[in-house]
Design a protein. Structure first.
Length: 277
């Protein structure tokens, strides 16, 4: 086999014809689970598509195990070329193409136009993530929850008030993102709650929520208690697995701050009985 030197210009032209993109982010550093395609010009038997292992290495013909993690594709090209030139080839022309970016990605889910997985090129923030996902899909802004996992297996969540962030009230709310972060912007929906008995406007109330709404919200939406309401024994009826379940709630204690507000679900029925006094 004869190996000839090829000029960088001709190599670039050949790569362009072959369909290799030339606009990949030069700063992106390869990491575990990335899928990379390695090509050696004029030596097709050395061409290989390989996924980077958890320890950041790849196994290649002739040169064996090579660490590629935390290096750009251009740095890996130079490294592989040097290793091949040491023993096997004269002036090898190595090209590395990143086919799948896995190690530097984030997930954006919930109330955005285009939820999905996005790559972290350079330093990105929460606002960048919302922009990459096409912006918010709802007019009313609520919160964003950033779920972050750590190497030791633990995780944490950061909650950000989107109204304050979008209005620029506090720059610290524009949280810098890290690889593996999950950005969740909960989708709000309308819950149908039925409030009867001793309230000013009994009937159906519709509450905007992110999955649940509170009992106090429902009572307020129904005009509040009448003067004859028995606040210490409000009943909430809910169908669970086809069977009706009843909760007895002391709203007076909630108002006094002695217990937490009760969370309602869609189609719950609230009954406020009349005081016997």
């Amino acid at each position: 086999m004869i190996f000839k030197k090829i000029s960088p210009f001709i190599l670039a032209v050949l790569l362009a014809i072959a369909g290799y993109p030339q606009d990949q982010d030069r700063s992106y550093r390869i990491g575990p689970e990335d899928l990379i395609e390695i090509s050696v010009f004029n030596v097709p038997e050395l061409n290989k598509t390989v996924r980077v292992s958890e320890d950041g290495s790849v196994n290649l013909a002739l040169i064996g195990k090579v660490m590629v993690a935390d290096q750009t594709r251009f740095e890996v090209e130079k490294k592989l070329a040097a290793l091949l030139e040491e023993k096997y080839l004269k002036n090898p022309q190595v090209t590395v193409f990143i086919k799948e970016y896995k190690s530097r990605s984030i997930s954006v889910i919930g109330a955005v136009v285009n939820p999905g997985i996005y790559m972290l090129f350079g330093n990105k923030t929460l606002l960048d993530a919302v922009t990459m996902a096409g912006g918010l899909s709802e007019k009313e802004m609520g919160v964003a929850v950033i779920i972050r996992k750590y190497p030791d297996g633990t995780s944490d969540s950061i909650q950000v008030d989107l109204n304050k962030l979008m209005l620029g009230q506090d720059p610290r709310l524009n949280v810098p993102l890290k690889a593996g972060d999950i950005v969740n912007i909960p989708i709000k929906k309308l819950l149908n709650i039925y409030v009867f008995g001793q309230v000013e406007n009994p009937g159906e109330v519709r509450l905007e929520s992110e999955g649940s709404a509170s009992l106090l919200q429902a009572i307020a939406a129904a005009g509040g208690f009448t003067s004859r309401a028995r606040k210490q024994a409000v009943l909430v009826k809910r169908v669970v697995d086809g069977k009706e379940k009843t909760f007895k709630i002391n709203v007076r204690s909630i108002l006094q701050g002695r217990q937490k507000d009760f969370q309602l679900l869609d189609n719950d029925v609230v009954h406020v009985s009349e005081s016997i006094l």
